[in-house]
Design a protein around this ligand. Structure first.
Ligand code: IMP
Length: 188
């Protein structure tokens, strides 16, 4: 049975919410959506960005919540687009990334989930290594069609089991373990 809780996910990205709610449901946690665009500070650290976003969201909505900051870090581009992944996707898109990446194609997806309530701000990290494909393949959203996870021949846009192994599922697994323990220890 789902642990019905008073937990919210704040984001303007409905794809993310769909994945987050499915992954958390499989970990027995129910989550509600607040569809809201949060301002992002400029920083090279996903953790700093995520924690500031979570604190701002808590100030605004005054409910226990999680937010996510994610990014694609390409080795041969010194980690670009990294913290700027969302902006880069909107500007040059997957075609632009494919034009930039030449021979060395290794890349890593990071997902940072930050929980925030009145007393606690805590961040959980998940990462997924892989490679940038030579062309865009499959569906999905964002960089899914150009990212091939290690040990796979297909892009994330070509699989329907992304939630079993994604960077997001790894950060949420860590979060869920801590969160369920915290609820239990505080008698909630
Ligand atoms: P942010 O977390 O909203 O700052 O955005 C990170 C950006 O990275 C998103 O806008 C997507 O373009 C990309 N991204 C993050 N996670 C994924 C994913 O699971 N699949 C595809 N693209 C992703």
């Amino acid at each position: 049975m789902l642990k019905s809780s008073n937990l919210y996910f704040v984001s303007s990205n409905s794809h993310k919410f769909e994945e987050v709610s499915q992954i958390l449901a499989s970990l027995k946690i129910e989550i509600k959506f607040i569809n809201s665009e949060l301002e992002e500070i400029q920083s090279n650290s996903l953790k700093d960005i995520a924690e500031r976003k979570a604190k701002d969201a808590f100030k605004k909505f005054k409910k226990p919540l999680i937010i996510e900051d994610a990014g694609l870090f390409i080795d041969s581009l010194n980690g670009f687009p990294g913290p700027y992944s969302s902006y880069v996707f909107k500007t040059i898109g997957n075609k632009g990334i494919l034009n930039l990446v030449k021979t060395k194609r290794d890349a890593t997806f990071f997902s940072l989930i930050t929980y925030c309530d009145k007393k606690i701000t805590k961040t959980f990290e998940g990462k997924l290594k892989g490679k940038i494909s030579f062309s865009s393949k499959g569906n999905g959203w964002g960089y899914d069609p150009i990212f091939i996870p290690s040990n796979s021949k297909n892009t994330m846009g070509q699989t329907n089991i992304k939630n079993n192994f994604s960077h997001r599922s790894k950060s949420l697994k860590k979060f869920s373990k801590w969160y369920l323990d915290m609820l239990e220890s505080t008698g909630q």
